[in-house]
Design a binder for this molecule. Sequence first.
Ligand code: PLP
Length: 360
Amino acid sequence: MPDDAWLDPHTLAVHADRELADGPGIAPPIHAATSYDRSRQEEFVYRRSEHPTTDRLEAVLGALEGGHAVVLPSGMSAAMLVLRHFRPRRVALPEDLYHGVRALVAEEAAAGAVEIAAADALEDGDLIWIETPSNPRLRVTEIAAISHEAKQRGVTTVVDSTFATPILQKPLALGADVVIHSSTKFIGGHSDAMGGVVVVGAADLADEFRYRRMVDGATPGSLDVWLTLRGVRTLPLRVHRQAETALEVARYLEGRVAKVWYPGLASHPEHAVAQLQMRHFGAILSIELANGAAAEAAVKKLRLFRQATSLGGVESLAEWRRSVNPAAPEGLIRFSIGLEAPGDLMADLAQALDIDPPRP
Ligand code: PLP
Protein backbone atom coordinates (compact mmCIF):
# COMPACT_ATOMS: atom_id res chain seq x y z
CA MET A 1 0.00 0.00 0.00
CA PRO A 2 1.19 3.55 -0.66
CA ASP A 3 1.98 5.73 2.32
CA ASP A 4 -1.33 7.54 2.76
CA ALA A 5 -0.51 9.21 6.06
CA TRP A 6 -0.59 12.67 4.50
CA LEU A 7 -4.12 12.33 3.12
CA ASP A 8 -7.13 13.95 4.73
CA PRO A 9 -9.74 11.57 6.28
CA HIS A 10 -12.30 12.63 3.64
CA THR A 11 -9.88 11.37 0.98
CA LEU A 12 -8.83 8.26 2.90
CA ALA A 13 -12.45 7.19 3.38
CA VAL A 14 -12.87 7.12 -0.39
CA HIS A 15 -9.43 5.97 -1.57
CA ALA A 16 -7.48 4.07 1.13
CA ASP A 17 -8.45 0.70 -0.39
CA ARG A 18 -7.69 1.69 -3.99
CA GLU A 19 -4.77 -0.74 -4.35
CA LEU A 20 -7.12 -3.60 -3.42
CA ALA A 21 -9.75 -2.72 -6.03
CA ASP A 22 -10.97 -5.95 -7.60
CA GLY A 23 -12.74 -6.11 -10.96
CA PRO A 24 -13.63 -3.26 -13.31
CA GLY A 25 -16.40 -1.72 -11.17
CA ILE A 26 -15.99 1.69 -9.58
CA ALA A 27 -17.95 0.30 -6.64
CA PRO A 28 -16.71 -2.92 -4.98
CA PRO A 29 -18.53 -6.13 -5.90
CA ILE A 30 -20.33 -8.20 -3.25
CA HIS A 31 -18.29 -11.38 -2.80
CA ALA A 32 -20.66 -14.03 -1.47
CA ALA A 33 -18.43 -17.03 -2.30
CA THR A 34 -17.32 -19.23 0.61
CA SER A 35 -14.49 -20.84 -1.39
CA TYR A 36 -12.12 -19.62 -4.12
CA ASP A 37 -10.76 -21.21 -7.30
CA ARG A 38 -7.15 -22.10 -6.49
CA SER A 39 -6.25 -22.95 -10.08
CA ARG A 40 -6.54 -19.21 -10.82
CA GLN A 41 -4.86 -17.70 -7.76
CA GLU A 42 -3.39 -18.71 -4.39
CA GLU A 43 -4.16 -15.67 -2.22
CA PHE A 44 -7.76 -16.59 -1.38
CA VAL A 45 -8.61 -20.07 -0.07
CA TYR A 46 -11.66 -20.12 2.20
CA ARG A 47 -14.15 -17.47 3.28
CA ARG A 48 -13.51 -17.85 7.03
CA SER A 49 -9.88 -16.81 6.56
CA GLU A 50 -9.89 -14.61 3.42
CA HIS A 51 -12.43 -12.21 1.91
CA PRO A 52 -11.66 -9.43 -0.60
CA THR A 53 -14.25 -6.92 0.70
CA THR A 54 -13.11 -7.44 4.30
CA ASP A 55 -9.54 -6.63 3.20
CA ARG A 56 -10.77 -3.41 1.58
CA LEU A 57 -12.77 -2.35 4.62
CA GLU A 58 -9.78 -3.07 6.86
CA ALA A 59 -7.56 -0.91 4.63
CA VAL A 60 -9.95 2.04 4.99
CA LEU A 61 -10.55 1.68 8.73
CA GLY A 62 -6.83 1.17 9.44
CA ALA A 63 -5.95 4.29 7.45
CA LEU A 64 -8.60 6.38 9.22
CA GLU A 65 -7.55 5.21 12.68
CA GLY A 66 -3.82 5.29 11.99
CA GLY A 67 -3.17 1.57 12.57
CA HIS A 68 -4.03 -1.93 11.37
CA ALA A 69 -7.70 -2.87 11.45
CA VAL A 70 -9.38 -6.25 11.90
CA VAL A 71 -13.08 -6.41 11.10
CA LEU A 72 -15.55 -8.54 13.10
CA PRO A 73 -19.26 -9.40 12.96
CA SER A 74 -20.23 -6.99 15.79
CA GLY A 75 -18.84 -4.57 18.33
CA MET A 76 -19.33 -7.22 21.01
CA SER A 77 -17.26 -9.75 19.05
CA ALA A 78 -14.52 -7.10 18.83
CA ALA A 79 -14.61 -6.76 22.63
CA MET A 80 -14.55 -10.56 23.02
CA LEU A 81 -11.61 -10.92 20.64
CA VAL A 82 -9.59 -8.43 22.70
CA LEU A 83 -10.35 -10.23 25.96
CA ARG A 84 -9.58 -13.63 24.46
CA HIS A 85 -6.32 -12.43 22.98
CA PHE A 86 -4.83 -10.69 26.00
CA ARG A 87 -6.33 -13.04 28.64
CA PRO A 88 -5.74 -10.48 31.41
CA ARG A 89 -5.96 -11.60 35.02
CA ARG A 90 -7.69 -8.36 36.02
CA VAL A 91 -9.80 -5.89 34.06
CA ALA A 92 -10.65 -2.36 35.23
CA LEU A 93 -13.91 -0.97 33.87
CA PRO A 94 -15.12 2.64 33.92
CA GLU A 95 -18.18 3.60 35.96
CA ASP A 96 -20.21 4.59 32.90
CA LEU A 97 -19.93 1.98 30.15
CA TYR A 98 -21.99 0.27 27.44
CA HIS A 99 -23.93 -2.29 29.47
CA GLY A 100 -23.22 -5.10 26.99
CA VAL A 101 -19.48 -4.85 27.59
CA ARG A 102 -20.06 -4.78 31.34
CA ALA A 103 -22.18 -7.95 31.02
CA LEU A 104 -19.49 -9.65 28.90
CA VAL A 105 -16.72 -8.94 31.43
CA ALA A 106 -19.02 -9.85 34.33
CA GLU A 107 -19.72 -13.24 32.70
CA GLU A 108 -16.02 -13.85 32.18
CA ALA A 109 -15.50 -12.94 35.84
CA ALA A 110 -18.29 -15.27 36.98
CA ALA A 111 -16.61 -18.08 35.03
CA GLY A 112 -13.32 -17.31 36.81
CA ALA A 113 -11.55 -16.16 33.63
CA VAL A 114 -10.89 -12.60 34.89
CA GLU A 115 -11.30 -10.47 37.96
CA ILE A 116 -12.92 -7.02 37.83
CA ALA A 117 -10.57 -4.68 39.68
CA ALA A 118 -10.02 -1.01 40.43
CA ALA A 119 -7.62 0.74 38.03
CA ASP A 120 -5.00 1.34 40.72
CA ALA A 121 -4.92 -2.39 41.59
CA LEU A 122 -3.82 -3.41 38.08
CA GLU A 123 -0.46 -5.06 37.50
CA ASP A 124 1.67 -6.30 34.62
CA GLY A 125 -0.46 -8.16 32.04
CA ASP A 126 -3.77 -6.68 33.24
CA LEU A 127 -6.09 -4.59 31.09
CA ILE A 128 -7.79 -1.23 31.50
CA TRP A 129 -10.96 -0.61 29.49
CA ILE A 130 -11.82 2.95 28.54
CA GLU A 131 -14.99 4.01 26.77
CA THR A 132 -14.91 7.66 25.78
CA PRO A 133 -17.30 9.36 25.34
CA SER A 134 -19.22 6.77 27.32
CA ASN A 135 -22.64 5.23 26.88
CA PRO A 136 -25.08 6.60 28.04
CA ARG A 137 -23.71 9.53 30.09
CA LEU A 138 -21.08 10.82 27.67
CA ARG A 139 -18.37 10.83 30.34
CA VAL A 140 -14.92 11.57 28.94
CA THR A 141 -11.69 9.83 30.01
CA GLU A 142 -8.27 11.30 29.35
CA ILE A 143 -6.74 8.69 27.05
CA ALA A 144 -3.15 10.01 27.05
CA ALA A 145 -2.82 10.21 30.84
CA ILE A 146 -4.37 6.79 31.51
CA SER A 147 -2.41 5.06 28.70
CA HIS A 148 0.87 6.58 29.85
CA GLU A 149 0.33 5.49 33.43
CA ALA A 150 -0.82 2.01 32.33
CA LYS A 151 2.25 1.53 30.15
CA GLN A 152 4.55 2.12 33.15
CA ARG A 153 2.87 -0.85 34.86
CA GLY A 154 2.70 -3.18 31.84
CA VAL A 155 -1.08 -2.75 31.66
CA THR A 156 -2.84 -2.84 28.25
CA THR A 157 -5.11 0.12 27.47
CA VAL A 158 -8.16 -0.57 25.31
CA VAL A 159 -10.38 2.29 24.12
CA ASP A 160 -13.90 1.79 22.88
CA SER A 161 -14.09 4.83 20.61
CA THR A 162 -17.49 4.04 19.07
CA PHE A 163 -19.07 7.40 20.04
CA ALA A 164 -16.11 9.42 18.74
CA THR A 165 -15.44 7.46 15.52
CA PRO A 166 -11.95 7.56 13.92
CA ILE A 167 -12.81 11.06 12.69
CA LEU A 168 -13.09 12.85 16.03
CA GLN A 169 -10.54 11.02 18.20
CA LYS A 170 -7.33 9.03 17.62
CA PRO A 171 -6.69 6.82 20.66
CA LEU A 172 -3.60 5.11 19.20
CA ALA A 173 -1.90 8.46 18.63
CA LEU A 174 -2.75 9.34 22.24
CA GLY A 175 -0.94 6.22 23.50
CA ALA A 176 -3.66 3.55 23.71
CA ASP A 177 -2.70 -0.01 22.70
CA VAL A 178 -5.99 -1.09 21.17
CA VAL A 179 -9.04 0.71 19.75
CA ILE A 180 -12.38 -0.93 19.20
CA HIS A 181 -15.56 0.31 17.52
CA SER A 182 -19.01 -0.99 16.98
CA SER A 183 -19.16 -0.23 13.24
CA THR A 184 -22.89 -0.95 13.50
CA LYS A 185 -23.09 2.71 14.60
CA PHE A 186 -21.47 5.67 12.82
CA ILE A 187 -18.99 3.79 10.62
CA GLY A 188 -21.75 1.86 8.81
CA GLY A 189 -23.97 4.86 9.41
CA HIS A 190 -27.26 3.68 7.91
CA SER A 191 -28.67 1.32 10.57
CA ASP A 192 -28.44 -1.62 8.18
CA ALA A 193 -25.11 -3.41 8.85
CA MET A 194 -23.73 -5.07 11.99
CA GLY A 195 -20.01 -4.98 12.54
CA GLY A 196 -17.09 -4.38 14.84
CA VAL A 197 -13.45 -3.44 14.39
CA VAL A 198 -10.27 -3.80 16.42
CA VAL A 199 -7.38 -1.49 15.48
CA VAL A 200 -3.79 -1.81 16.71
CA GLY A 201 -0.49 -0.17 15.85
CA ALA A 202 1.49 -3.27 14.89
CA ALA A 203 0.77 -5.28 11.71
CA ASP A 204 1.84 -8.58 13.32
CA LEU A 205 -0.57 -8.12 16.24
CA ALA A 206 -3.38 -7.47 13.72
CA ASP A 207 -2.40 -10.74 11.99
CA GLU A 208 -2.65 -12.57 15.31
CA PHE A 209 -6.16 -11.14 15.74
CA ARG A 210 -7.06 -12.30 12.21
CA TYR A 211 -5.81 -15.79 13.04
CA ARG A 212 -7.94 -15.85 16.19
CA ARG A 213 -10.96 -14.59 14.24
CA MET A 214 -10.49 -17.47 11.81
CA VAL A 215 -10.09 -20.06 14.59
CA ASP A 216 -13.11 -18.70 16.48
CA GLY A 217 -15.18 -18.59 13.30
CA ALA A 218 -16.04 -14.94 14.03
CA THR A 219 -16.45 -14.20 10.31
CA PRO A 220 -18.27 -10.99 9.35
CA GLY A 221 -21.03 -11.46 6.75
CA SER A 222 -20.37 -10.48 3.11
CA LEU A 223 -23.31 -8.09 2.86
CA ASP A 224 -22.56 -6.45 6.23
CA VAL A 225 -18.96 -5.83 5.21
CA TRP A 226 -20.00 -4.49 1.81
CA LEU A 227 -22.59 -2.15 3.33
CA THR A 228 -20.09 -0.95 5.94
CA LEU A 229 -17.54 -0.19 3.20
CA ARG A 230 -20.19 1.73 1.32
CA GLY A 231 -21.18 3.58 4.50
CA VAL A 232 -17.66 4.52 5.59
CA ARG A 233 -17.08 6.53 2.39
CA THR A 234 -19.23 9.33 3.84
CA LEU A 235 -18.21 8.92 7.51
CA PRO A 236 -16.24 12.18 7.79
CA LEU A 237 -19.02 14.22 6.19
CA ARG A 238 -21.77 12.64 8.24
CA VAL A 239 -19.98 12.82 11.57
CA HIS A 240 -19.05 16.49 11.26
CA ARG A 241 -22.55 17.49 10.29
CA GLN A 242 -24.22 15.29 12.94
CA ALA A 243 -21.85 16.58 15.64
CA GLU A 244 -22.56 20.21 14.72
CA THR A 245 -26.28 19.58 14.98
CA ALA A 246 -25.81 17.76 18.31
CA LEU A 247 -23.97 20.77 19.74
CA GLU A 248 -26.80 23.05 18.64
CA VAL A 249 -29.41 20.74 20.14
CA ALA A 250 -27.45 20.38 23.40
CA ARG A 251 -27.16 24.16 23.75
CA TYR A 252 -30.87 24.52 23.10
CA LEU A 253 -31.82 21.90 25.71
CA GLU A 254 -29.46 23.14 28.41
CA GLY A 255 -31.43 25.09 31.01
CA ARG A 256 -34.74 23.84 29.58
CA VAL A 257 -34.50 20.30 31.02
CA ALA A 258 -33.10 19.10 34.36
CA LYS A 259 -29.78 17.86 32.99
CA VAL A 260 -27.99 17.63 29.64
CA TRP A 261 -25.02 15.30 29.16
CA TYR A 262 -22.92 16.46 26.20
CA PRO A 263 -19.11 16.89 26.25
CA GLY A 264 -19.33 20.03 24.10
CA LEU A 265 -21.10 21.99 26.83
CA ALA A 266 -18.90 24.04 29.17
CA SER A 267 -20.99 22.62 32.05
CA HIS A 268 -19.89 19.04 31.26
CA PRO A 269 -17.48 17.81 33.99
CA GLU A 270 -14.83 16.74 31.44
CA HIS A 271 -15.37 19.46 28.83
CA ALA A 272 -11.71 20.52 29.01
CA VAL A 273 -10.47 16.96 28.42
CA ALA A 274 -12.87 16.56 25.49
CA GLN A 275 -11.52 19.79 23.98
CA LEU A 276 -7.99 18.42 24.31
CA GLN A 277 -8.46 15.01 22.75
CA MET A 278 -11.43 15.33 20.39
CA ARG A 279 -11.91 17.30 17.18
CA HIS A 280 -15.62 17.75 17.86
CA PHE A 281 -17.83 16.37 20.57
CA GLY A 282 -19.83 13.76 18.72
CA ALA A 283 -23.46 13.23 17.81
CA ILE A 284 -24.77 11.52 20.95
CA LEU A 285 -26.28 13.39 23.87
CA SER A 286 -28.39 12.40 26.84
CA ILE A 287 -30.81 14.33 29.01
CA GLU A 288 -32.29 13.53 32.39
CA LEU A 289 -35.91 14.30 33.20
CA ALA A 290 -37.53 14.18 36.65
CA ASN A 291 -38.40 10.47 36.53
CA GLY A 292 -38.85 7.40 34.34
CA ALA A 293 -42.52 8.09 33.55
CA ALA A 294 -41.66 11.56 32.21
CA ALA A 295 -38.83 10.17 30.08
CA GLU A 296 -40.92 7.31 28.68
CA ALA A 297 -43.80 9.68 27.85
CA ALA A 298 -41.54 12.25 26.16
CA VAL A 299 -39.94 9.64 23.90
CA LYS A 300 -43.39 8.46 22.80
CA LYS A 301 -44.42 12.01 21.86
CA LEU A 302 -41.50 12.56 19.46
CA ARG A 303 -42.48 12.61 15.77
CA LEU A 304 -39.20 12.95 13.86
CA PHE A 305 -36.92 11.16 16.31
CA ARG A 306 -37.62 7.44 15.97
CA GLN A 307 -38.11 5.52 19.21
CA ALA A 308 -35.36 2.93 18.94
CA THR A 309 -32.15 1.62 20.42
CA SER A 310 -28.73 1.88 18.73
CA LEU A 311 -27.19 5.05 17.32
CA GLY A 312 -24.98 6.58 14.65
CA GLY A 313 -27.34 6.32 11.66
CA VAL A 314 -28.56 9.05 9.33
CA GLU A 315 -31.88 9.21 11.20
CA SER A 316 -32.23 10.68 14.70
CA LEU A 317 -33.18 8.21 17.42
CA ALA A 318 -34.37 8.61 20.98
CA GLU A 319 -34.40 5.96 23.67
CA TRP A 320 -35.58 5.87 27.26
CA ARG A 321 -32.47 4.05 28.38
CA ARG A 322 -34.04 2.32 31.40
CA SER A 323 -36.15 0.27 28.98
CA VAL A 324 -33.04 -1.68 27.93
CA ASN A 325 -30.56 -1.05 30.75
CA PRO A 326 -31.82 -1.32 34.35
CA ALA A 327 -28.64 0.40 35.60
CA ALA A 328 -29.27 3.61 33.58
CA PRO A 329 -30.53 6.67 35.49
CA GLU A 330 -34.32 6.44 35.63
CA GLY A 331 -35.15 9.65 33.76
CA LEU A 332 -32.40 9.40 31.12
CA ILE A 333 -33.18 9.73 27.41
CA ARG A 334 -30.34 9.11 24.96
CA PHE A 335 -30.45 10.86 21.61
CA SER A 336 -28.52 9.92 18.50
CA ILE A 337 -28.52 12.95 16.23
CA GLY A 338 -28.89 12.24 12.53
CA LEU A 339 -28.69 14.29 9.36
CA GLU A 340 -32.02 16.12 9.60
CA ALA A 341 -32.15 19.92 9.77
CA PRO A 342 -31.34 21.11 13.33
CA GLY A 343 -34.40 23.39 13.46
CA ASP A 344 -36.76 20.51 12.69
CA LEU A 345 -35.21 18.34 15.40
CA MET A 346 -35.42 21.13 17.99
CA ALA A 347 -39.05 21.84 17.08
CA ASP A 348 -39.81 18.13 17.60
CA LEU A 349 -38.07 18.21 20.99
CA ALA A 350 -39.96 21.38 21.98
CA GLN A 351 -43.35 19.74 21.43
CA ALA A 352 -42.40 16.42 23.04
CA LEU A 353 -40.74 17.95 26.11
CA ASP A 354 -43.19 20.84 26.38
CA ILE A 355 -40.47 23.49 26.40
CA ASP A 356 -40.28 26.82 24.57
CA PRO A 357 -39.46 26.38 20.87
CA PRO A 358 -36.05 27.38 19.45
CA ARG A 359 -35.73 30.96 18.26
CA PRO A 360 -35.94 31.14 14.46
N1 PLP B 1 -19.60 -0.33 22.36
C1 PLP B 1 -20.50 0.67 22.47
C2 PLP B 1 -20.06 1.99 23.03
C3 PLP B 1 -21.82 0.48 22.08
O1 PLP B 1 -22.71 1.50 22.21
C4 PLP B 1 -22.22 -0.79 21.58
C5 PLP B 1 -23.62 -1.05 21.16
O2 PLP B 1 -24.51 -0.26 21.41
C6 PLP B 1 -21.26 -1.79 21.48
C7 PLP B 1 -19.96 -1.54 21.87
C8 PLP B 1 -21.61 -3.15 20.95
O3 PLP B 1 -21.71 -3.13 19.57
P1 PLP B 1 -22.57 -4.14 18.67
O4 PLP B 1 -24.02 -3.88 19.02
O5 PLP B 1 -22.19 -3.83 17.28
O6 PLP B 1 -22.16 -5.53 19.10
